[in-house]
Write a protein that binds this ligand. Structure first.
Ligand code: HEC
Ligand code: HEC
Ligand code: HEC
Ligand code: HEC
Ligand code: HEC
Length: 477
C-alpha cells in the first residue's frame, strides 16, 4: 500500500469538485463542515455521529483516489455497476484485484450482496462502496476506511442499520443505540427494497445502486448556487434535517402546576414532549407560532428536495392542493414547506417541513423510510408498548385548568392570572382534522404506529383550591 499512499496527495484537487460548506444552522451537527467531494478532499470533510448529539468529527485526511475505485485497464466485475447504460450497465471499469498482481496481496471483486428478503440487495456497483465504508482494515479488501483512509468510524448514517438490514435488536442503528425502545423493531426496508409497494408513480429506478443519488466524484457545479445543498456527494439537492431527533417522552411523572390566589392545581403525571416541530426548533423555547414568514425554514423544495423530486414528482405524492383525507399520503405531504397545506395549516402556517423532518434516504426501521413516530402515544415513557397519553382537567371554586396530549395545558384563576403550564398550552393540535376520538385523532399517519396503547391513568385529575385552579394533561410528545 506504500505506493498508493505516496500518490494520494498528487491528485488532490484535479478531478474532484472542491470546496466546503457548512450546513443546517439549527442543529448541533451544524458544526460539521462538508466538502463538495468527501472522497477527493477528505481533509476538509467532517462527518460522523455519536449517541449523545455532540457530533464528533471522525473523518480522516487521506483522499480516496481514482484507482481505489477504478482499474486503469479492464475489470472483471460482473453484473450491474453503473447508474447509466452505454452499451451495458457494466461500465466504469470498477476495481478488482488479484493476489500477486499489481502489488496486491488479496483477490477482491465487489459482488452482489444482501438479499431481496432482507430488502438490502445491492449490486456490485454499490457493494464496492459498502465494502470500503464498512471494512475497518485492508486484508480481505484492498483498503479499509481506517487503516487506509484514517476514518475512525464506519462510513454509515445515523438512522440506518449497518448493511441496511437486521431483525429487532440486531445490528442497531444510531437512533436504536440511543433509545433502546427504538431497537425493538427491525429493518422495514427502503431504497434497496421498499417496505411495501408504492402507491404513487415513480420516475426512475435505484436498481441496488448508490449512484442514482450519489456522484462519488463530487457535487456537480451544474447545481450552481444550490451546490451547497448537494453534500454529501449528491446528484441533486437535499437538506439534512434541521430538527433534532424525535423521541417519546421519558418521564411520565412530570409535575405541572398552576396556582391562583388561594390554591393550586395541577398534576404530577405529565410529560415533557420529545417531538421537535417548527415551533420548538426555530423559536426560543415552546413558542406557538403560526406566522408563515418567521420560525420556518427559508429554503424551497428545489433546495431541500431536488434529488427526490427527480423520481417522486410533487404531482405524484401531493396531487391535490386542498384538504385530502386525513393520514393519506397526499394530506401528510401538505406539511412540506411551499406545498400549500389546508385547514389550520393553510399556507404552511403550522408546519413547513423539509422531507428530512420525516424521511431518511437509505433505510429505516419504520415503513416508508420514515424516521419519526412522534405522536405514537403507546411509547410514552420510552416503552415499546403499553404507554398511554394523559389528559386532565380541574376546577376550583373560581379557577380552572386543563391540558392534554400532545399540546400540554394551562390554567386560569380569578386573581392569580392565567398561565401556560407546559408545552404549547391548551391548544388543539389535530383535534379538528378528523372524526376519530381523542387520542387517536392526533395520529397523523397510518404506517408508523407499532405499539399497543396502555390504559390512560390520569384522565379527570385536576385542579383544586378555593380560588385557584389549574390542571394539566400530558405535555405531549
Ligand atoms: C469512490 C469511488 C470512485 C472514485 C474515487 C472515482 N470514481 Fe469514477 N466512477 C465511480 C463509479 C461508481 C462510477 C459509475 C458512476 C455511475 O454509476 O453513475 C464512476 C464513473 C466514472 C467515469 C465514467 C463517466 C462518469 O463520470 O460517470 C469516469 C470517466 C470516471 N469515473 C473517472 C474517474 C476519475 C478520473 C477519478 C479520479 C479523479 C475517479 N473516477 C474516481 C467510482 C469512483
Ligand atoms: C476505497 C474506499 C471507498 C470507496 C470504494 C467508497 N468510499 Fe465513500 N468514503 C470513503 C471514505 C474514507 C470516506 C470519508 C471521507 C472523509 O470524510 O474523511 C467516504 C465518504 C463518503 C461520503 C460522504 C460521507 C459524509 O458523511 O460526508 C459519501 C456520500 C460516500 N462516501 C459515498 C460513496 C459511494 C456512493 C461510493 C460508491 C460509488 C463510495 N463512497 C465508495 C471511502 C470509500
Ligand atoms: C435515494 C437516494 C440515495 C441512495 C440510493 C443512496 N444515498 Fe446515500 N445519501 C443520500 C442522501 C440524500 C444523503 C444525505 C442524508 C442527510 O444528510 O440527511 C445521503 C448520505 C449518505 C452518507 C452520509 C451519511 C451520514 O449521515 O453520515 C453516506 C456515507 C452515503 N449516503 C452513502 C451511500 C451509499 C454507500 C449508498 C449505496 C449503498 C447510498 N448512499 C445510496 C441519498 C441516497
Ligand atoms: C433515481 C430515482 C429515485 C430517487 C432520486 C429517489 N427515489 Fe425514492 N424511490 C425510488 C424507487 C424506484 C422506489 C421504490 C423502490 C422499490 O419498490 O423497491 C422508491 C421508494 C421510496 C420510498 C418508499 C420506501 C419504502 O420503504 O416503502 C420513499 C419514502 C422514498 N422513495 C422517498 C425518497 C426520498 C425522500 C428521496 C430523496 C432523498 C428519494 N426517494 C429519491 C426512486 C427514487
Ligand atoms: C410530515 C412527515 C413527512 C414529510 C415532511 C414528508 N413525508 Fe413523505 N411520507 C410520510 C409518510 C408518513 C408516508 C407514508 C404514508 C402512507 O403510506 O400512508 C410518506 C410517503 C412517502 C412516499 C411514498 C408514497 C407512496 O407511493 O406510497 C414518498 C415517495 C415520499 N413520502 C417522499 C417524500 C418527499 C420527497 C418529501 C419532501 C418533498 C416528503 N416525502 C415529505 C411522511 C412525510
Amino acid at each position: 500500500m506504500g505506493r498508493h499512499k505516496r500518490r494520494r496527495t498528487l491528485f488532490a484537487s484535479r478531478h474532484y469538485a472542491m470546496g466546503q460548506v457548512q450546513r443546517c444552522k439549527c442543529h448541533p451537527k451544524n458544526t460539521q463542515a462538508k466538502a463538495f467531494s468527501a472522497h477527493g478532499n477528505a481533509a476538509a470533510n467532517q462527518r460522523g455521529w455519536n449517541t449523545s448529539e455532540t457530533w464528533p468529527n471522525t473523518s480522516g485526511t487521506v483522499n480516496v483516489l481514482c484507482f481505489d475505485c477504478h482499474n486503469s485497464h479492464g475489470s472483471s466485475v460482473a453484473g450491474t455497476t453503473t447508474s447509466y447504460t452505454s452499451a451495458t450497465t457494466n461500465g466504469a471499469i470498477l476495481k478488482d484485484t488479484t493476489a500477486g498482481k499489481g502489488g496486491y496481496a488479496m483477490t477482491y471483486k465487489p459482488q452482489v450482496e444482501g438479499s431481496a428478503a432482507g430488502k438490502n440487495l445491492s449490486n456490485p456497483g454499490a457493494s464496492l462502496c459498502i465494502d470500503c465504508h464498512m471494512t475497518q482494515d485492508s486484508g480481505a479488501t484492498p483498503w479499509g476506511y481506517q487503516d487506509t483512509f484514517g476514518s475512525t468510524q464506519q462510513i454509515v448514517g445515523y438512522w440506518e442499520k449497518p448493511y441496511w438490514t437486521g431483525a429487532a435488536g440486531v445490528n442497531p442503528s444510531g437512533a436504536q443505540m440511543r433509545y433502546p425502545y427504538k431497537n425493538l423493531i427491525g429493518s422495514q426496508g427502503g431504497h434497496f427494497g421498499a417496505s411495501s409497494s408504492l402507491t404513487s408513480q415513480v420516475m426512475g429506478t435505484i436498481g441496488g445502486l448508490c449512484t442514482p443519488c450519489h456522484d462519488p466524484h463530487g457535487v456537480s457545479p451544474t447545481l450552481g448556487a444550490n451546490q451547497t445543498y448537494g453534500v454529501p456527494l449528491l446528484k441533486g439537492t437535499w437538506m439534512t434535517s434541521p430538527y433534532k431527533e424525535d423521541a417519546a417522552p421519558s418521564a411520565t411523572n412530570v409535575r405541572v402546576s398552576f396556582s391562583g390566589e388561594k390554591g393550586s392545581g395541577g398534576t404530577t403525571a405529565a410529560s415533557t414532549p420529545g417531538y421537535h416541530i417548527d415551533q420548538n426548533t426555530f423559536s426560543t423555547g415552546w413558542n406557538w407560532s403560526t406566522s408563515t414568514t418567521s420560525g420556518k425554514i427559508t429554503q424551497t423544495d428545489a433546495q431541500f428536495a431536488g434529488l427526490c423530486l427527480r423520481c417522486h414528482a410533487k404531482t405524484a405524492i401531493n396531487p391535490t392542493t386542498g384538504a385530502a383525507t386525513w393520514k393519506s399520503v397526499d394530506r401528510i405531504h401538505n406539511t412540506v414547506k411551499g406545498w400549500g397545506g389546508s385547514g389550520a395549516n393553510a399556507n404552511n402556517a403550522v408546519h413547513a417541513y423539509t422531507c428530512s423532518k420525516c424521511h431518511t434516504p437509505h433505510n429505516s426501521c419504520l415503513p416508508r423510510l420514515v424516521v419519526t413516530n412522534c405522536l405514537d402515544f403507546s411509547h410514552r415513557g420510552q416503552v415499546g408498548s403499553g404507554g398511554a397519553p394523559n389528559r386532565a382537567s380541574g376546577r376550583g371554586e373560581k379557577g380552572s385548568g386543563s391540558g392534554q396530549f400532545p399540546a400540554g395545558g394551562g390554567g386560569r384563576s380569578e386573581k392569580g392570572g392565567s398561565g401556560q403550564a407546559n408545552a404549547f398550552g391548551a391548544r388543539s393540535c389535530h383535534d379538528n382534522t378528523n372524526t376519530s376520538g381523542w387520542p387517536n385523532n392526533q395520529r397523523w399517519n397510518a404506517v408508523t404506529p407499532w405499539g399497543t396503547q396502555g390504559t390512560p391513568t390520569n384522565i379527570g385529575g385536576g385542579g383544586k383550591g378555593d380560588r385557584g385552579g389549574g390542571g394539566d394533561g400530558w405535555g405531549g410528545y
